[in-house]
Write a protein that binds this ligand. Structure first.
Ligand SMILES: [Zn+2]
Length: 410
């Protein structure tokens, strides 16, 4: 064979080998994704669901999101065993509407609860608990603070809604929450009696919310950073709860979603708490999902996700069609590597009425456009913040005092 002929043959062999390698690699990747999806389809109808809300917990105060002072080994380990959404957003930095979004998969524009004294209406809203109860799940919720009292409509679909804080009448004295230890103990007791069938449990933990009073030893370990101390305490209780699930054999057949309903300003922008504005400190939230053997472990998704997507994702994993009112999308294809399209921008609102603080520029509002974390863009002056949306029928608030107090808390 002539020299040019040998070169041509050699080049052709290289091209064929490369093409074959690419085909094999792609086939293996596709095969792995398909087998994982098949596993989801096989087991999904038997899965339990636990939805764990870390109220007021900033994503960037957790170790798995890179915080150097974090003492969150349980949450970090949980993230390693599942999927972590690096850029998850709440659509409203207020407890009641944010949870309403998680429960319905829709924004406040659709579910109608814009404010912490709104009510999630029965009519027109089909919640996660209602859908799953209809699908044969036992449903229960364990509530840590009066902001999610059943009178706000968040109990829809729950057979058991544990929102009795045990101190009726003492709200005016300042106690409006109960500890993670109390809430999780109650959840465990319910699971002991009800986990023989499929269940959906919503657990609300409120420790990271103001006032920051971490118990010992977290107060000493995080001296000068009490918010971090509260989250460290929260993490220790979550560790115990996850260990309980492991011991009781529930962990392996349970989809667990951990999310934050909004962040906390911690003094940034001259604000201590949250609610009024949509700075990233208040809108960037943790979002973690784990289901051993079904969802990938240690996966980090940088595409933006929203709390609006939680319900359609859960339903997709369980093989249940979402209601038409759901606006979010399933994150399952993204978790399985089957979705590469850019995530849509997030809708974010805040209708809390505030007076301009001395440090603000005449109450200027800023709106996050949902692009990059930290990308805040002024939306122009609005004078005072917008009026709160009114008109939602209130369903028998337990007491006016409770409602007012909840209104102070967000
Ligand atoms: Zn909240």
């Amino acid at each position: 064979m002539s020299k040019p002929g040998k070169v041509l043959t050699f080049t052709l062999v290289i091209v064929v080998v490369l093409a074959a390698t690419i085909l094999v690699v792609n086939w293996r990747r596709t095969s792995q994704r398909n087998s994982r999806l098949a596993a989801v389809r096989t087991h999904r109808q038997d899965l339990n669901v636990i939805l764990l809300s870390l109220d007021t917990t900033r994503a960037d105060r957790l170790g798995c999101y890179g915080y150097e002072h974090a003492e969150t080994p349980a949450i970090d380990e949980f993230a390693k065993g599942g999927v972590r959404f690096a850029r998850a957003k709440t659509h409203v930095p207020i407890t009641l509407p944010s949870h309403s979004t998680v429960f319905t998969g829709s924004t406040p524009v659709v579910h109608g609860a814009h404010h912490h004294s709104s009510v999630l209406a029965d009519e027109g809203n089909e919640t996660a608990a209602e859908i799953l109860r209809t699908s044969g799940y036992r449903t229960a919720a364990f509530i840590a603070a009066s902001v999610l009292d059943h009178s706000f409509g968040t109990d829809q679909g729950f057979e058991h809604y544990a929102d009795d804080l045990g101190f009726e009448g003492s709200l005016g004295a300042g106690r409006v929450e109960r500890s993670a230890e109390e809430v999780l103990l109650e959840a465990r007791q319910w699971l002991d009696d009800n986990a023989d069938g499929k269940f959906f449990a919503f657990i609300h933990l409120y420790d990271a919310h103001l006032p920051y009073r971490p118990p010992s030893p977290y107060d000493r370990r995080h001296r000068g950073r009490p918010y971090d101390g509260e989250i460290a305490y929260l993490d220790s209780e979550i560790r115990d709860f996850l260990e309980y699930l492991e011991r009781s054999g529930l962990r392996e057949n349970t989809l667990i979603v951990i999310f934050g309903d909004h962040g906390e300003s911690l003094g940034e922008h001259g604000i201590e708490g949250h609610s009024a504005f949509v700075y990233e400190t208040m809108t960037w939230v943790p979002l973690l999902m784990s289901c051993p053997g079904l969802l990938p472990a240690g996966k980090v998704i940088d595409d933006q996700a929203g709390l609006i997507d939680v319900l359609p994702t859960i339903l997709d994993i369980l093989g249940i069609d979402p209601p038409r009112a759901v606006q979010g999308v399933s994150l399952l294809p993204r978790m399985l590597g089957r979705e590469r399209a850019p995530a849509p921008p997030a809708y974010i609102e805040s209708y809390l009425r505030v007076e301009p603080s001395p440090g603000s520029r005449d109450g200027e509002m800023e709106v996050h456009q949902g692009a990059e974390p930290g990308a805040l863009r002024s939306q122009g002056r609005s004078g005072r913040a917008r009026e709160p949306v009114r008109g939602a029928a209130r369903r028998g608030l337990r007491t006016g005092r409770c409602a007012r107090r909840a209104s102070d808390m967000g």
